[in-house]
Design a protein around this ligand. Structure first.
Ligand code: HEC
Ligand code: HEC
Length: 277
């Protein structure tokens, strides 16, 4: 992963020629200001079709073990990228069948020709679709976020980095009562950490009451910037997310008949792995 490859990847990430309409790029759905997610519930492709899901944040994406909301088997950034580039139903960038034409266009651009040559030295014809994918993946691996007030407090020992209220929230987050860290774990507050401990695949996925099928446990890094939330963008704010989790909690602890009835109604929405108390 050289500096030249990362710089080329960054240019390509924002390159609109990488779409059927000439108007769309990775950044159309992954906006830097939103931690490389997007402030709309579900993403819209280059031809105007709605995708089924909310665009995911790309911050610290290099640490993921699988990619996408529901796909345990997509295991590299390079494999993931073929989806937005080539998908036809719905179209995202719409490059299927146009790969060679797009590469020819880039190769004819003097600046790109130089950048590809620098990124892939020694290759007489460096402007290939494979190299486009490799360069963008290199750029994605540099989207690293650390040094937050949480990091400074926990790893840097800066006691003043978190307010009293934030410290209380942190204790709750890691408490058995709230149970958040049971799923949002590790450096990225996501579902990957347990994979790294030797359990593969499903440990990254869970049901938290928002879908019948398990979803990837997403990172909570930079979460203030990534609204709306969940795979379908159903919650506009973090308050709405917490209301959702509180309603599951009330369901677990209440013993009154009415609450039990509510519990039944919400059975499908119960947080799995969390015993009724
Ligand atoms: C039309 C909008 C759109 C475009 C364009 C788009 N993406 Fe995405 N991206 C999404 C959506 C939606 C998801 C969630 C996919 C899913 O699982 O359904 C996603 C997921 C991802 C993920 C997985 C992140 C994770 O944590 O698992 C990566 C990586 C990614 N996109 C990179 C890219 C790159 C690189 C490009 C450009 C080549 C790109 N995307 C173009 C909408 C888009
Ligand atoms: C059983 C595992 C589990 C537990 C426990 C859990 N979560 Fe989640 N969380 C998930 C899953 C899975 C998603 C994604 C669901 C979806 O997309 O529909 C999610 C999504 C989120 C999101 C939205 C992130 C985004 O980018 O869309 C936030 C915020 C969040 N959880 C916070 C919390 C908090 C705070 C707690 C504790 C009160 C908690 N979670 C407890 C599994 C869990």
């Amino acid at each position: 992963m050289s500096g030249a490859k990362v710089a080329l990847g960054e240019r390509l990430f924002f390159e609109r020629r990488l779409s059927v309409s000439g108007q769309y790029s990775c950044a159309s759905c992954h906006e830097p200001a939103h931690s490389f997610a997007q402030d709309r519930p579900v993403a819209i492709g280059a031809t105007g079709e709605a995708l089924p899901h909310n665009a995911m944040a790309l911050v610290n994406v290099a640490y993921n073990i699988s990619f996408g909301w529901m796909r345990p088997r997509v295991r590299s950034l390079e494999a993931q990228m073929l989806e937005p580039m080539l998908n036809e139903h719905p179209v995202e960038l719409g490059l299927k069948g146009r790969e060679a034409a797009v590469c020819a266009q880039l190769a004819a651009d003097r600046a790109y020709a130089d950048d590809f040559a620098a990124a892939f030295p020694g290759d007489p014809a460096p402007v290939t679709f494979e190299h486009v994918v490799k360069a963008i993946a290199s750029f994605e691996r540099t989207l690293v976020s650390g040094g937050s007030p949480f990091d400074r407090y926990v790893f840097g020992g800066e006691h003043e980095a978190l307010s009293g209220q934030a410290k209380q929230g942190m204790a709750l987050f890691f408490s058995r009562r709230a149970g958040c860290s049971g799923c949002h774990s590790g450096f990225n507050f996501s579902g990957n950490w347990r994979d790294a401990q030797g359990e593969t695949g499903p440990a990254s996925f869970a049901r938290n009451g928002t879908s019948a099928r398990p979803m990837r446990v997403p990172t909570l890094r930079n979460v203030a910037l990534t609204a709306p939330y969940m795979h379908d963008g159903r919650f506009a704010s973090l308050t709405a997310v917490l209301d959702h989790y509180s309603s599951l909690g009330a369901c677990r602890s209440a013993s009154a008949t009415r609450a039990v009835l509510r519990c039944r109604a919400q059975r499908a929405a119960r947080v799995p792995g969390q015993p009724h108390r």
